[in-house]
Design a protein around this ligand. Sequence first.
Ligand code: SAM
Length: 262
Amino acid sequence: MSDNIYIHGTEGNEQQRLATLNNMTNKSFLNFIRLRKTDSVLEVGSGLGLLAKEVALMVPEGKVTGLEKSDEQLKSCPASVPNLVFVKGDAHNMPFEDNSFNVVYCRYILEHVISPLKVLNEVRRVLVNGGSLFIQENNILAIEMYPECPHFKKAWQKFALLQYELGGDALIGKKLYSLLKKCGFKKIELSPAPEFHYYDLETFKPWVENLIGNIEGASKKLLEYKLLTEEEIKEAINELQNFITLDNASTYFYWNRAFARK
Ligand SMILES: C[S@@+](CC[C@H](N)C(=O)[O-])C[C@H]1O[C@@H](n2cnc3c(N)ncnc32)[C@H](O)[C@@H]1O
């Protein structure tokens, strides 16, 4: 696998952005997954381990395993939670026996892998028969802003294109049903996780700053791949910085969720 497929990188500022995104989206995700306190749970692509740590509290008589390929992310994971372990490995070829987990979840990971189909086949292999899979993924173009932000919109489309050129898929969220069916999962249920942020909410500024961070974090590669000019990046970022100050501004998005059983 190419090393640079992970569009966000693992530098300090990107880890900080991921931590902020966890702050904004963990509570809702924890309400989405259904767990028994004895469950053996796997998170695929566990990043900084922040979500896995909260999931570990929900299975006090079970165990949570975080699978992560990056040493930098693994170094930042919480230590000394008794029922939580992190394992280094590649989601395409998981270092686990067949039928090892009752529950597997994937959040913000399938967009970053070379073959989501291969990863989901691995998920199916390591799940017990009847085990549950919970997914929350991205289709980054499912975003609306008002007042309109044409410079950001253009940059965001190029961001999606960059992710595709790196080997990932920024639109993977809308493909979950098709992928899960192909892998033979049963009882598939799709749902949206809405994100409505507007000027009067405390979440508005961090949400838009997260968009800015995405573009800033990818700006070197956007230039390298000649997808945007420095001027276009600057215009997009300035537009979002101004958007944060508009007392009539609102933005809408939804994550794509899926539940399925083996
Ligand atoms: C956007 S982060 C999400 C982390 C975590 N799931 C969360 O929701 O906070 C995606 C993580 O997946 C990891 N990752 C990407 N490709 C992977 C692969 N093939 N195998 C294992 N981990 C991978 C990245 O290193 C990164 O830490």
